[in-house]
Ligand binder design. Structure first.
Ligand SMILES: Cc1cc2nc3c(=O)[nH]c(=O)nc-3n(C[C@H](O)[C@H](O)[C@H](O)COP(=O)(O)OP(=O)(O)OC[C@H]3O[C@@H](n4cnc5c(N)ncnc54)[C@H](O)[C@@H]3O)c2cc1C
Length: 492
């Protein structure tokens, strides 16, 4: 039996995959497409993570799709509202009918002779395997594993008498009321969940090896509130969106250019928010510069308020071992705990673990270069959706969707069957992300690299990327186009 064929196959039904489906339907209405999703539900990250307090840490006016504005003044939204929003978008655009659940893509093989991908699918519900073919593969698989998280080995873990939980696998029935909770970690997840846990727990301790920068921003956007009262949404939304794009870029830019100035500003804000005499040097002053790693957000200063109320304390130390009743630390101190939360990070994974092959040769992702933040050198007719580290993910993924639609239309107009980014040998390769966070450093070898400049580098700057993507000619010498069954490739 012949495998089913679609023009475009989207992998993943999270924020990016659903956005990709909407964009494809809007801009390339003649293309057939399907979305394969390995889980039984849509929403990706916003369905998977269920820990107390799960919320956005970037503003919703830029995390939402530009074609379906976020309504209201709430800039920081809870996970359930984001999930509702993503699913409602899928329903309204009829994209939910295109999703095939329990379809995990495990491999994809490109044939230049047929100018198409053959995709291997494992069915999670029936255990069967099947194949599909497509002209263009668009992976919207996020950047981390769903079935595993990063948990460093903790000596004596088997001795601890209470539960040890990872935020990625939060047990629905875990009740922390009145309990002593120790959260190991100082990243965005720890900073998000600690104030929420502290609402019912007896006490929460944030146990960190080294501190992060934590800044406070209002959960409600004052400009959105004001404009929402006087302007229709179609006029108010672009203003608020661009204000947030530019404000985020300004903070990032200032941090990179004037790290000392940014450090001073962060410190002054901490001094205002934290109780007098609080040891900011030890607990909130990292050794690195702002934006060498992501800044953490405490909306309306919720973390600082919980510290001020005595519901949360911070310990900066190293774990020696777990005991029956808590943890012993390198300093010799002991922390009592009823529940331990390992907010120690994700396990990054490129392309949802899909094994890629081109004309019977395995693709070495770690040796490839990323073209315009969305294609891979040497791999035809494939794009991937990736967001920004310093701005909302959707700004990056939606820009990619726009560019994929532009590319598909260009190929149709010119009669091309394939498009392959070709890297020149003299383009130097660097890690794909400029961040020094542990979860990034652990994965750099397995992810494709970036070059020193466009088109082999996508700056962490949406405004600039938007301009250059829209203006960039598609007949770029770095792209090689070919017609179907054409023996000699045609480079334009
Ligand atoms: C706790 C947390 C909070 C975050 N907060 C923010 C925030 O505030 N702002 C922000 O911009 N970003 C945030 N992020 C980043 C976040 O991942 C993005 O916002 C966004 O949700 C990514 O969407 P995505 O669809 O690209 O990937 P995901 O949400 O990861 O969805 C990927 C989908 O692809 C499916 N999939 C993966 N591999 C395969 C395969 N081989 N076959 C079939 N299906 C597959 C998965 O099951 C999943 O449904 C956060 C991330 C985490 C973990």
């Amino acid at each position: 039996m012949n495998a089913e064929h679609v023009d475009v196959l989207i992998v993943g039904a999270g924020l990016s995959g659903i956005g990709a489906g909407c964009r494809l339907q809007q801009r390339c209405p003649d293309k057939t497409f399907a979305i394969l999703e390995s889980r039984g539900v849509s929403g990706g990250t916003w369905d998977l993570f269920r820990f107390p307090g799960i919320r956005s840490d970037s503003d919703m006016f830029t995390l939402c799709y530009p074609f379906r504005p976020w309504s209201g003044a709430q800039a920081i939204a809870d996970g359930a509202s984001i999930l509702d929003y993503v699913r409602a978008t899928a329903r309204e655009h009829g994209i939910d009918r295109r999703i095939r659940y329990h379809h995990r893509v495990v491999g994809a093989e490109w044939s230049s002779g047929d100018a198409c991908w053959t995709v291997e699918v494992e069915r999670g519900d029936s255990g069967q395997t099947s194949q599909m073919t497509c002209g263009f593969l668009f992976t919207c698989t996020g950047y981390y594993r769903y079935d595993a998280a990063h948990t460093p080995e903790l000596a004596g873990a088997e001795r601890f008498g209470g539960p040890i939980v990872h935020p990625q696998f939060w047990p629905a029935d875990l009740d922390v009321t009145g309990k002593r909770v120790v959260v190991i970690g100082s990243g965005a997840t720890a900073v998000t969940m600690i104030p929420a846990l502290a609402r019912t727990a007896g006490h929460v301790t944030m146990l960190q090896r080294s501190p992060s920068y934590v800044i406070s921003l209002p959960a409600l956007d004052p400009l959105a509130g004001l404009l929402g009262r006087v302007l229709p949404q179609r006029l108010a939304y672009p203003v608020v969106r661009w204000k947030n794009v530019l404000l985020t870029l300004a903070i990032y830019d200032f941090s990179r250019r004037r790290p000392a100035g940014m450090k001073r500003l962060i410190r002054r804000a901490l001094e205002r928010r934290l109780p007098p005499g609080f040891d900011i040097d030890t607990h909130f002053t990292p050794r690195y510069d702002p934006w060498d790693q992501r800044l953490c957000l405490a909306p309306d200063g919720d973390l600082f308020e919980a510290i001020g109320d005595g519901r949360v304390s911070i310990v900066t130390d190293r774990i020696e071992a777990l005991t029956e009743t808590g943890l012993t630390l390198a300093s010799g101190d002991v922390l009592d705990a009823d529940v331990i939360v390992t907010a120690t990070g994700l396990e990054m994974e490129p392309f949802g673990g899909i094994r890629l092959r081109v004309d019977e040769r395995a693709v070495d992702l770690g040796a490839a270069l990323v073209y315009r933040g969305m294609q891979i050198s040497g791999v035809p007719n494939l794009a991937f959706a990736f967001g920004y580290a310093n701005q909302s993910w959707t700004l990056g993924s939606d820009l990619t969707c726009e560019q994929v639609c532009r590319l598909l239309a260009h190929m149709d107009r010119r009669g091309y069957a394939s498009c392959t980014p070709r890297r020149r040998d003299d383009v130097a390769a660097a890690p794909f992300a400029d961040l020094t966070s542990g979860y990034v450093l652990r994965a750099v070898d397995r992810f494709p690299k970036q070059g020193p400049a466009e088109p082999w580098r996508r700056e962490q700057n949406y405004a600039r990327n938007l301009r250059s993507m829209r203006r960039a000619p598609l007949d770029d010498p770095a792209l090689e186009f070919a017609r179907r069954r054409q023996a000699v490739r045609e480079a334009v």
